[in-house]
Design a protein around this ligand. Structure first.
Ligand SMILES: [Fe+2]
Length: 218
């Protein structure tokens, strides 16, 4: 039972009640579909993450940090839904990078760097083939661009970098700094926040860094 009417009721009241229930059902179905998509995407991201055990939990932490930052920036609900998919799948293109490169302790050679530098493009191609994931391409394609134009794959500068990429670059780098990686040990949260401030205007959007630090501390 979903609802009830008091007798006597007229035909319009009944029609209105049925219409309201049907609309509610549609909202629930939409929510269930989104939840199902999200689960599939998380499963895929986790499979990729298992190839790189040093980054265990990275996808989930990036997702949570990105969500809280988007809330702090007052992004609308629709954009936040897309952000969640983008944050989970930002490194999906690493599927082309061999495990031994992801786990390599020493410095990478030119060929290995080339593979790493291709992961945003490959990720974007993967998302392009899926209608409901296509809007999240900006996260995947631009999360290694730097504010000073020295990032990849395009070397975009400042506000030319789509805001999705600017946001994700911040939370991705923060989590990388505070987790152990094959090539460097983690630093404390305070040290990482100090480094984020230092990289404000270099790697990261200065306004977004301020929002990140404020929202993280909160
Ligand atoms: Fe990446």
């Amino acid at each position: 039972m979903d609802d009830y009417l008091f007798k006597p009721f007229d035909a319009w009241e009944l029609i209105e009640a049925v219409r309201t229930r049907l609309e509610r059902r549609k909202v629930i179905e939409l929510f269930d579909t989104r939840a199902a998509h999200l689960q599939t995407v998380v499963m895929l991201a986790n499979v990729i993450e298992t190839r790189d055990p040093y980054t265990a939990g990275h996808v989930d932490r990036v997702r949570r940090l990105a969500l809280s930052m988007a809330y702090a920036l007052n992004w609308n609900t629709e954009d936040i839904v897309i952000l969640e998919f983008g944050a989970i799948l930002h490194d999906v293109g690493k599927i082309i990078v061999p495990r031994q490169v992801l786990q390599k302790i020493g410095p990478l050679n030119d060929e290995e760097w080339k593979m790493i530098h291709e992961h945003p493009h490959i990720g974007a191609q993967i998302l392009d083939g899926v209608d409901h994931l296509r809007p999240a391409i900006s996260y995947v394609l631009y999360h290694h661009e730097w504010w000073n134009g020295k990032g990849y794959p395009y070397g975009l500068k400042g506000a030319d970098i789509p805001r999705e990429g600017r946001l994700l670059a911040i939370v991705d780098a923060f989590d990388a700094m505070t987790s152990d990686r094959p090539y460097c040990r983690s630093v404390s949260v305070d040290e990482a926040l100090t480094e984020m401030r230092k990289q404000s205007g270099v790697c990261f959007d200065p306004e977004m860094v301020d929002v990140f630090i404020r929202s993280y501390k909160r």
